[in-house]
Design a protein around this ligand. Structure first.
Ligand code: SME
Length: 149
């Protein structure tokens, strides 16, 4: 995890690339280095609307380009501002399926100046894939990403 954090820090610190390119690279690194990460992406609040819009991601194309606040795991995190770990997505009533292969999910909010402005969303094809280590890594990353937004 320490090596991975260093790589992510290098991507975030690069002076030559724009923010979208950095976020895409972060998705690529996470999705490659952590084999149980099968879809890795960002959602951001769409202006002042109570809606999220899909940002850079790696993985299967998703129908959920816009997600209203309150809908699905992502929409719930937009409202709660708290990390949501879902060990078994089939047990969730308020869930938006991105792929039928997805078995578990973690969504971590991104705060900028105290405001919940977006999130990191990871889907796994493995049931109960995410640990406290993943939560800590992603919450650390969310704070780092906020610094460049
Ligand atoms: N599963 C998410 C929707 C986004 S896709 O996973 C990419 C949800 O329930 O909010």
């Amino acid at each position: 995890m320490i090596e991975l954090k260093k790589r992510l820090e290098v991507i975030l610190a690069a002076s030559t690339e724009n923010t979208q390119a950095k976020l895409k690279k972060i998705c690529q690194v996470l999705n490659t280095e952590l084999p149980y990460f099968d879809w890795t992406g960002f959602y951001f609040r769409d202006g002042h609307k109570e809606e999220l819009v899909l940002g850079p991601y790696v993985g299967a194309e998703t129908d959920h380009v816009w997600i209203p606040f309150g809908k699905g795991i992502c929409g719930q995190v937009a409202v709660s501002g708290e990390t949501f770990m879902v060990p078994d997505v089939s047990a969730q009533e308020n869930y938006l399926a991105c792929s039928t292969e997805t078995k578990s999910e973690i969504v971590v909010p991104i705060f900028k100046n105290g405001k919940n402005i977006g999130q990191i969303d990871i889907d796994s094809h493995t049931p109960n894939a995410f640990s406290e280590d993943d939560r800590q890594l992603l919450e650390w990353l969310a704070a780092k990403v906020a610094e460049i937004l």
